[in-house]
Write a protein that binds this ligand. Structure first.
Ligand code: GNR
Ligand code: NI
Length: 170
């Protein structure tokens, strides 16, 4: 397994829509392993493939606590097929926008359809933090960032700050 470098705002890759995974082959399984290792190392609770520079519709999640056993999950070509009317607000962060946090409102519950590493289609209901994290990751697959859900004033400020940092570090 390999820890891959994270793509950071304002890298235009983060605005690119990712393409579907066609077959669950060795390359896809290797990328899933590398994404999990990168996510644990960061540490983060979720990661989309584009965040390590691979424009594939693929994401990893592990919501287990520090003292729990690891619970790695891999979702290929995930699609939200239903959302609740009820909304919930979470303070979100993103490994591609380090050290910036803001409250985002999203549907509290979703129904998800996805391809598993087992090569089978699955359908799953998710609520709470899992639903929030899945929606955050699926946004990444479409080139959307959590700062797109906050005010333009705040978003412009964050992008400006990260653009300045990127210029300095060349
Ligand atoms: O590690 C992460 N934490 C987090 C917290 C609240 C809502 C979403 C997330 S996902 C984020 C990792 C990340 O950037 N995934 O794309
Ligand atoms: Ni993110």
């Amino acid at each position: 397994m390999t820890i891959k470098p994270l793509i950071i705002l304002p890298d235009p890759l983060l605005r690119q829509a990712s393409r579907p995974v066609e077959t669950v082959d060795a390359a896809v399984r290797k990328l899933a392993d590398d994404m999990l290792e990168t996510m644990y190392d960061a540490p983060g609770i979720g990661l989309a493939a584009i965040q390590v520079g691979e424009p594939l519709r693929m994401l990893t999640i592990d919501l287990s606590g520090e003292d729990d056993e690891k619970a790695p999950r891999v979702f290929l070509n995930p699609e939200v097929v239903a959302t609740s009317d009820a909304l919930s607000v979470y303070e979100e962060g993103c490994l591609s926008i380090p050290d910036y946090y803001a409250e985002v409102e999203r549907p509290d519950a979703i129904t998800l359809r996805y391809l598993g590493l087992d090569g089978e289609m699955h359908e799953e209901a998710a609520t709470g933090l899992l639903a929030t994290c899945l929606q955050h990751e699926i946004d990444h697959l479409n080139g959307i960032l959590f700062i797109d859900h906050i005010s333009k004033l705040k978003r412009d400020m964050v992008v400006k700050r990260f653009t300045k940092i990127a210029r300095k570090s060349g």
